[in-house]
Design a protein around this ligand. Sequence first.
Ligand code: ATP
Length: 576
Amino acid sequence: MANDTSTTAVAESYVDGLTTFESFDLDPRLIQAIKQQGFSNPTLIQAKAIPLALQEKRDIIAKASTGSGKTAAYCIPIIQSILEDLANQSEPEHEIRSIILVPTRELSSQVTQFLEKLLVYCNKAISVANLSATYSPQVLGLILANKPEIVVSTPAKLIAILEANQSVVNLKHVRSMTIDEVDLILSYGYMDDLDKLENFLLVKKNNLQIFLMSATVNDDLNELKAKFCTKPAILKLNDDTARDKKLVQYYVRTSEFDKFLLTYVIFKLSLIKGKTLVFVNNIDRGYRLKLFMEQFGIRCCVLNSELPINSRLHIVEEFNKNVYNLLIATDETNDFTVERDEDDEEMEEAKPEEPKKGAKKDREYGVSRGVDFRNVACVLNFDLPTTSRSYIHRVGRTARAGKSGMALSFVIPGKEFNKHKASALASTKRDEKVLKRVVKSQLKLGFEIKPYSFDMKQVEGFRYRAEDGFRAVTATAIREARIKELKNELLNSEKLKRHFEENPQDLISLRHDKELHPSRVQTHLKRVPDYLLPAGARKDTAHKIGFVPFQKKVAKRKGKKSTRKSDPLKTFKARK
Ligand SMILES: Nc1ncnc2c1ncn2[C@@H]1O[C@H](COP(=O)(O)OP(=O)(O)OP(=O)(O)O)[C@@H](O)[C@H]1O
């Protein structure tokens, strides 16, 4: 399918103003749908990948930063190629012509929805099916019998369906295969699924056009090329991010308990304007943090692999519609590749947390990669991820599509590890090592991640209340909250399922941030007495409650002009 390998390395700017979608000679129905999405010009990865895929029929391996438009970079050529195939057939038949593989069910749903938006004017010439959705066998049978031209799925789900429906599913007409987040798909746990897929789809023998996309494809691409491609075009769009990605990143060295104290102060005093996505490293942490915040009347919802898929998708939709401002998402180190640096001793492979007995975890849950969160002002790594790769994807949930964003990460220094048992977390033992790798990988991408220091004198006044609130969240309370939330969401999920079936276009705003209340409720904690507020935010100036200065004043060095940017928590404003 492709000529010689060529590597294109260009500085990435968000949208390529010199190119238009019309210049790709696309079907007018596709152009109209693209315009309807508000895409005036292609992003750079699109401007590079689409003509290579359409005019030169090249396989594409693309590494481009998070939020740079990779999804459209493969969806547009896939749709255009199918429209061209159908136009060349006297009696076009419905057949499966393209397979798109993604690592999570959340991403499978999102890519399907995006494709449906691009197909809106193709009046059923092409249909798309999300095989990762929960269908009854009868409904699934009907969907497969209709032979959707494009199927989107996680590898495991596609294999299961192919094995169970060999007679129904015919892959003879498949012309392209896409693997989004390819580095994750090729890592822990997915590889054998891909090997099984070979039994149904001889990728290389059938000369399929291949799209392999990720923000973190590692530079050794030989395995990818050998396994899937003949001679791909390799697009490595390095980030000139200092100028283009408008992402400011900070880390705070703090103690295990002070993570909770600082989070309380940040959200109670609205130091961050706009939506915040908080990542924690396991489900219990998510509930502990949610119950802790509830003590102070701070409402938030949790997202984790135990919740039913309908609820998870609805929570992401509602968060994107600004129904919630604060979402605590569990990211269970689903990036199992081990990262080694020259100076780093062997690190044991991060394995998924074993499910609690009786709890069922969806291995195909994940929102730290690929999911297109809208207008997130800040990503807070309450727990630092275990790899710099996971870090890139987590902070990539903000500053997307050219918008500005901030990332703030709590780091536990070695000497603080395990000092406060109730709030300690095993993965933080490696925080300093992970931070070192994160700083290095960010520098390579043209980013700088800066230390941020709170003025702990001002924060101290809140310690007593934070300790009070923390004590109320007992292990029993967390366990009960987990069970209660699961019951709530299973009920919601049933309602959602029934409602979606009856009203597919309608999204009822089921609340997912109800207070769980199993822990002791201390109403006095919900307000902040005036004496605790910094002078700049007292009653007489109550309207200024957000952006109160909490950063430690750094004494200006003699003679040297302070290069420190103004306080991000004080002045940070998410660009509209
Ligand atoms: N040409 C375009 N013009 C304007 N906005 C665009 C364009 N292409 C994509 N977008 C928007 O940019 C956002 C990010 O796109 P997308 O999710 O495809 O990024 P990505 O590169 O896949 O990110 P990730 O690496 O996190 O998966 C989306 O909201 C999308 O609607």
